[in-house]
Design a binder for this molecule. Structure first.
Ligand SMILES: Cc1cc2nc3c(=O)[nH]c(=O)nc-3n(C[C@H](O)[C@H](O)[C@H](O)COP(=O)(O)OP(=O)(O)OC[C@H]3O[C@@H](n4cnc5c(N)ncnc54)[C@H](O)[C@@H]3O)c2cc1C
Length: 386
């Protein structure tokens, strides 16, 4: 088939690599002038790592990223543990691959390039009808047999209207400092649910061999200007008072522009395809990054779509793709909606429930194993029937 992909992000490039490998003729359109990812670090879960392996990107991603086997969070005032989830306690067991977006992008980009895809840069997609792709510069490309919408959360092709979430976060990247925090752990500190601070060891950047950390600070979606106006010193003082171990990380922030605001939203397309068009990744479903699943979902969508196109043709293949992903996406979207307010909201009773009832219950077998399966992305088969 002749396939157009709108968006050279995580899902788009993965779909491009898989479909070009399967013999399709693939053209990718992205708004960027030079290949570039935005943002800081994220975690690729075991289900997502399997997709990276399938496109031949896993070894490069592993060489750049960092393996984490534990997520530990504590409450600032009481110093009590309120999150304690292990991937595996055994060396050689399952792990989350913490990685900077630039490093992940490099690994996926190189894998897609090896398959001989065509990339149109500086190509802002504004619409797609009857197999034609329309760009902002007035040009039209096509006809294509299929258009894949992988243009992310702001996709102009997706009919998804998502619900803005009350909290987002500011994110930055710093060098991993001298610290007692382990390099194999995502460490977080909360005050109720209105403060969340985190440090994620994400390995190296493609052009910098030093170990890095992604740092984040929860912020109500409309409070970014207030945070800027309050100044760096006030923020640093509050953060270090809440979590003294964060000091060597935040000490490296000398300018507020080192932190980027990310706002989140939640929503799922009931039918992620139409006539000659299919939506994958954030264009099909959006959630807060609380469960660390968004990039995995984009990778799994790409895999499911490529498998569906091997088993069927036309609209039947798109329906097969949607069916195979429905349960996995549905369960994770529901869990994200349940968990997010416990960690990011103005509620007083939800964090109390989290600390006094849910966390103690989460430590009683077999719940820890269930939590591990949730985090790994393997609660249910991610590509059912394919
Ligand atoms: C702060 C933050 C932390 C996160 N942490 C995690 C995590 O730990 N684990 C995890 O799995 N997920 C995480 N996520 C979610 C994850 O980043 C997204 O779910 C994932 O990137 C979605 O992939 P995608 O391919 O759908 O979209 P993207 O990766 O966003 O790619 C979209 C692409 O489309 C291009 N594009 C957009 N509009 C147009 C247009 N009109 N024309 C042409 N091109 C266009 C963009 O330039 C971009 O290249 C996090 C998200 C955020 C914001």
């Amino acid at each position: 088939m002749k396939i157009a992909i709108a968006g050279a992000g995580i899902g788009g490039l993965t779909a491009a690599a898989l479909l070009a490998r399967d013999g399709h003729q693939v053209a990718v359109f992205d708004q960027f002038d030079t290949p570039q990812p935005v943002g800081s670090g994220l975690v690729i879960q075991p289900v997502g790592q399997a997709v990276l392996e399938e496109i031949g990107a896993l070894n490069e991603a592993l060489a750049l990223g960092n393996k984490v086997n534990h997520m530990l969070g504590h409450e600032a005032d009481s110093n009590r543990r309120v999150l304690d989830v292990w991937y595996s306690r055994d060396a050689g067991g399952r792990f989350g691959l913490a990685i900077h977006r630039a490093s992940l992008f490099t690994a996926i980009w190189n894998a897609a390039q090896r398959q001989g895809i065509t990339v149109h840069k500086g190509a802002v997609v504004t619409g797609a009808q009857f197999g034609m792709v329309h760009l902002k510069n007035g040009k039209t490309h096509g006809p294509f047999d299929l258009v894949i919408d992988a243009a992310g959360a702001a996709s102009p092709l997706s009919p998804l209207v998502s619900q803005p979430l009350p909290y987002g976060a500011i994110w930055g990247t710093v060098d991993w400092p001298q610290t007692d925090l382990p390099l194999t752990q995502l460490s977080q500190c909360y005050r109720r649910a209105d403060r969340m601070i985190g440090a994620l060891p994400i390995g190296k950047m493609p052009d910098d061999p030093k170990q890095k950390a992604a740092v984040f600070w929860s912020l109500p979606r409309d409070d970014y200007a207030a945070w800027q106006n309050a100044g760096l010193a006030a923020w640093k003082a509050e953060a270090v008072a809440l979590w003294p171990a964060f000091a060597p990380f935040i000490d490296q922030i000398n300018d507020q522009s080192q932190m980027t605001m990310a706002r989140y939203s939640h929503g799922t397309l009931r039918k992620p395809y139409g006539e000659g068009i299919v939506h994958i990744g954030d264009a099909a479903h959006r959630a807060s990054p609380q469960l660390g699943q968004g990039a995995n979902m984009a990778l799994l969508d790409a895999l499911a779509l490529s498998r569906a196109l091997k088993q069927a043709t036309g609209q039947e293949a798109l329906a097969l793709y949607a069916k195979s992903r429905r349960l996995h996406v549905g369960i994770y979207q529901a869990m994200s909606a349940i968990f997010t307010p416990q960690y990011q909201s103005d509620s007083r009773w939800l964090p109390a429930l989290r600390d006094r009832i849910l966390f103690p219950a989460s430590q009683v077998p077999p719940v820890p194993r269930l939590l591990t399966a949730i985090v790994c992305g393997s609660m249910v088969s991610p590509t059912r029937g394919l």
